[in-house]
Ligand binder design. Structure first.
Ligand code: G3P
Length: 225
């Protein structure tokens, strides 16, 4: 669990050019430096094609952005868990709002990750879906109101009731599940507000990826904890 000890910062690289290919490696190195300097666990979530190189050249924990619920065999174009594991992932995001999955696929993917000693971070869009997903026993639930994603308006400041409500409901079902929040988070105040609401970390993207100096912004992000 130590790679995913909370408080934690998970950076979703998405498909920005600033976080793809060579830039993905640079960003992963910036995460590694910020994590070493601050002592806060930071996790890279690159595109599948960048996983192996980041694993090879850094010590940063790695999540996949998505896993397809398929078994080895004929599934052209799919992200196979077994292949991503060999490439170096420590776990995966599941059901990001930009890559929604069915309930059945979410359940089955959480189970497959668990059986492979990998971490599951399931994204949800509100308190009710967080409550439903808690019954599947993932390691993390990350609540992200879709309308705030990429806006720079922080969920922890603009919709604190979503974070607080998710923490309350999820913990009432299974207190071992860690709750994160995401959408619009980029500053130390956003992160502090998230932790004050009971979240155990954040999932974020554009505020870091599109900044002039990701390393500097990451250090500011964790400076008020
Ligand atoms: O997965 C993180 C995410 O969806 C939040 O994106 O750009 O609002 O930090 P952003």
């Amino acid at each position: 669990m130590s790679k995913f000890k909370t408080p934690i910062v998970i950076l979703n690289f998405k498909t920005y050019l600033e976080s793809s290919g060579n830039n993905a490696l640079k960003l992963a190195k910036a995460l590694e430096i910020a994590s070493d300097e601050s002592g806060i666990n930071m996790v890279a979530t690159p595109q599948a094609a960048d996983i192996y190189r980041i694993k090879d050249e850094t010590r940063i924990p790695i999540l996949a952005q998505h896993i397809d619920n398929v078994n080895p065999g004929g599934h052209t174009g799919s992200n196979l868990l077994e292949c991503l594991k060999e490439a170096g992932i420590d776990g995966s995001l599941i059901n990001h709002s930009e890559k929604r999955m069915t309930l059945a696929d979410i359940d089955s993917t959480i189970t497959k990750l668990r059986n492979n000693d990998l971490f599951s971070v399931v994204c949800t869009n509100n308190v009710n879906t967080s409550e439903a997903i808690a019954n599947f026993d993932p390691n993390f639930i990350a609540v992200e109101p879709p309308e705030l994603i990429g806006t720079g308006i922080s969920v922890s400041q603009a919709e604190p009731e979503v974070v607080e409500g998710t923490v309350r409901k999820v913990k009432s079902i299974n207190k071992n599940i860690k709750v994160l929040c995401g959408a619009g988070i980029s500053t130390g105040d956003d992160m502090k507000a998230a932790l004050d609401l009971g979240a155990e970390g954040v999932l974020l993207a554009s505020g870091i990826i599109l900044s002039e100096s990701p390393e500097k912004v990451l250090l500011e992000l964790v400076s008020k904890m």
